[in-house]
Write a protein that binds this ligand. Sequence first.
Ligand SMILES: [Zn+2]
Length: 417
Amino acid sequence: MEETSARGNLRINGERLWDSLMEMAKVGATDKGGNCRLALTDLDREGRDLFVRWCEEAGCTIRIDKMGNIFARREGRNEALPPVMTGSHLDTQPTGGRFDGVYGVLAGLEVVRSLNDLNYETEHPIEVVVWTNEEGSRFPPAMVSSGVFAGVFDLEYGLSRQDSEGRTIGEELERIGYAGEEVVGKPVHAFFEVHIEQGPILEAEEKTVGVVTDAHGVRWYEIAVTGQESHAGPTPMDRRRDALVGAARMVDLVNRIGLEGAPSACATVGMLDVYPNSRNVIPGRVNFTVDFRHPDEEVLDSLERKLYSGIEQIAAALSLETQAERIFCYAPVHFDDECISIVRQAAESLGYSHRDMISGAGHDACYLSKVAPTSMIFVPCIGGISHNEIEDAKPEWITAGANVLLRAVLEKAGRPA
Ligand SMILES: [Zn+2]
C-alpha cells in the first residue's frame, strides 16, 4: 500500500519533455513547421545522435541491434530480469509532424530522467527503444524493424528492403553508423508505446487519454474492371461496356460496406487508374484499390464476401468482367488485458478523462504484442491531423500521456522488495 501511494505521487517533468520535443523538431525542420527525417538519411542520423547523447547524459547504456534499433537501458536492481520497454520511432513521413513517433521515444526518455531525479530504483531494467524505419515511407513496408524483432520478418528480409533508388536498409545503416552488433530480438517483460491518436475522437470527446485495446486488421485488394474502349460519339448508350461506370458503382459499394459496418469498419478506395484515360473514349479498363480495416477477423471476412459478390453483380449488370485480388493482409491485434488495465487504472488515478479505443493505424506496438505483453496510450492531436506538417498537440496532453506511461512502466518494472 505504501509503495502504491509513493508511486501515486510521481510525475514526469512536462516542461522538460516539451523542450526536448521542440529541440528534436529542429532536426529536419520544414518550412511549414513540420519535420522531414526519412529513415536512415543524414537527418535521421542527426536525430539518433541527439537521442543517444541525451540517454547517455541520463546514465543509460546504449545497445544497437543489427536492424539499427537503439536500446537505451536504465539499470534495474535485478539485471537478470528482462527489461520493461517503451519507445516508438524517430523517422517521419516526408511531410511529417513533430509528434508522430518522436513523442513515444522522448516520453520514454522523460520517464528515465524523472526516475533519475527521484533516485527511484526499479526491480526490472527499463529500456527506451527507437525502432528503425517505422513509417516505411523510404523503405516499404512500414514497421519493418519491430517486425524483425518480433520474428514476423527475418533479418535478411529486413536488411534487404530498398528505397526508390535501390539502396538497402543494410547499406544505409552502415553508412550512417547505426549497423549494430546485437542480435535482433530478446525477452521483453512488457512493452508500452505512447503515441498521438492521429484521429479526431479524443479531442472531439474532450478526453485526454486513449486506452488502446485493439488495433485494426487491414486488408488490401486490387480490382480490375474490364469493358471495351469505343468512340464516345458513335457508340449508343445502351451498347456500351463502360468500365468506369462499373468502377464508380463499385466505389459506392465499398463506401456502403464501410458505412454499414461503422463505427468499427473503415472502407476506402484510394487509387483509381482509368484506361485509356482520354476524354472521347469510353473507358475500357479501370484498376482500383480497396482498403478494409476492422478489429475483428471474422468481420473482415464478411466485408470481403460483400465486396466480392457486390462487384460481380455490378459487373454482370453492365456486361463487364472483373478480377479481384487480395494483395496484403494484416491481422487485427488485441493488446494484453493486464497492460490495458494498467493504463486505464493509471489514467483513472491521475484524474485524466479517458476512453477505450481502437488504433486505426499500425504501430510498432502491434508487432511487439506478438512477443511481449503490450499496450498503447493515445493522447489527442489537434484536429486529428497527422502525417502532416501542421500536426500539433497541447503541452498538457503531452504531459498527461507521459505521466500515464510512467505509471504503467513502474507497475511492470516493480520496486525492489
Ligand atoms: Zn508513428
